[in-house]
Write a protein that binds this ligand. Structure first.
Ligand SMILES: Cc1ncc(COP(=O)(O)O)c(C=O)c1O
Length: 343
């Protein structure tokens, strides 16, 4: 099987397994654990923030950020295709008790004019904006990278209105590689940022939430409230440290694989994908012209040994990662081409 469903399938490297065996086993939620603290320091440093907290998942990191930034009943503004709105099962309202407004966007970047209209103060008869969120890279927009100038504009509006900004940077290292900058050059346009070591960076589990020392102190309390204290999480943090120190630079290979895939699909039929839109390791493929639904496509491709995820009724998501080689990409293209000619 060639697994193109997600980059979370990447297995830990030998160096990670070795570091996990040698890690400390302190209790992170009692006296603290030295390995977890080391990961948190490293993460904060890379993101240009004061402090960080290690959490089990990106979903929980986003939820804890919402809880730590916003008062119950406030309104959160975010791009309408964001992961937080579409794939985190309503925790924003159901758990954090926040209202939200999905703003229209282009390739994951919310419309700045719409944001300017939507942001508002709390008045006696008006719910105010409690938080603005961005996502970079943007999952549903096919791994699109938010232009730094866009992030700067959003952050400027937020600051002018005294509203904090959270960045869902689950794949911020992919964004940094695509732009050719440091992740801190991206996270500087936010007050808090979370990223995952469990995705293309190959660690088995974990996300890190970074922000000011006071914000992270609040986040630690909310992490405990939602059950995110992991106790002896040293081995997981150890793998995260290896991920940050050794697995970032190779993401460029995943981006090259995604480009190869997109170019091949475009040759099969230009309606499938525009390779110019593929900036990182996610490829959104529109199969509407075939008349067959994405779920059908994914079932047919599975029969041929290719695993992909439907991400909309007529769109598939292909994700490249460390276990997908150039010959694997070509095999996926061949399988796809055979099915396309039959449709
Ligand atoms: C942009 C984005 N944010 C958050 C998450 C959630 O991460 P996790 O699966 O660790 O909860 C994902 C997962 O794919 C994601 O793509």
């Amino acid at each position: 099987m060639i697994d193109l469903r997600t980059d979370t399938v990447t297995r830990p490297t030998e160096a990670m397994l070795e570091s996990m065996r040698e890690a400390t086993f302190g209790d992170d939620s009692r006296d603290g654990d030295p390995t977890v603290m080391k990961l948190e320091r490293l993460a904060a440093e890379r993101m240009g923030k004061e402090a960080a907290a290690f959490l089990p998942s990106g979903t929980m990191a986003n939820l804890v950020a919402l809880l730590a930034h916003a008062q119950r009943g406030g309104e959160v503004l975010l791009e309408q295709g964001s992961h937080t709105l579409n794939a985190e099962l309503g925790g924003i309202a159901g758990i954090a008790g926040l209202f939200y407004r999905g703003l229209p966007g282009r390739r994951g970047a919310m419309d700045v004019a719409a944001l300017r209209e939507a942001v508002r103060p709390t008045l006696r008869n008006q719910m105010g904006t409690a938080l603005i969120c961005m996502e970079n890279t943007h999952n549903r927009a096919g791994g699109a990278v938010l232009p730094p100038a866009h992030m700067q504009a959003v952050y400027g509006i937020a600051r002018d209105n005294g509203v904090p900004v959270h960045l869902d940077g689950a794949r911020i290292f992919n964004a940094a590689i695509a732009v050719g900058c440091e992740p801190g050059d991206i996270s500087r346009y936010s007050d808090s940022v979370c990223f995952c070591v469990s995705k293309g960076l190959s660690a088995p589990v974990g996300s890190v939430l970074c922000g000011s020392a006071a914000f992270i102190e609040r986040a630690r309390a909310f992490r405990r409230m939602v059950g995110g204290n992991m106790r002896q999480s040293g081995p997981l943090a150890a793998a995260g440290i290896v991920a940050l120190e050794t697995m970032v630079a190779r993401l460029v290979e995943d981006h090259q694989g995604a480009k190869r895939l997109a170019e091949g699909l475009h040759r099969i039929d230009p309606s499938l994908v525009d390779p110019r839109d593929v900036e990182t390791n996610l490829v959104r493929v529109e199969v509407r012209k075939s008349g067959r639904r994405a779920a059908q496509w994914s079932a047919d491709l599975k029969e041929k040994g290719i695993l992909v995820s439907p991400c909309d009724a007529y769109a598939l998501r292909f994700v490249t990662h460390r276990h997908v080689s150039a010959p694997d990409v070509d095999a996926a293209l061949n399988a796809f081409a055979e099915l396309w000619t039959k449709s």
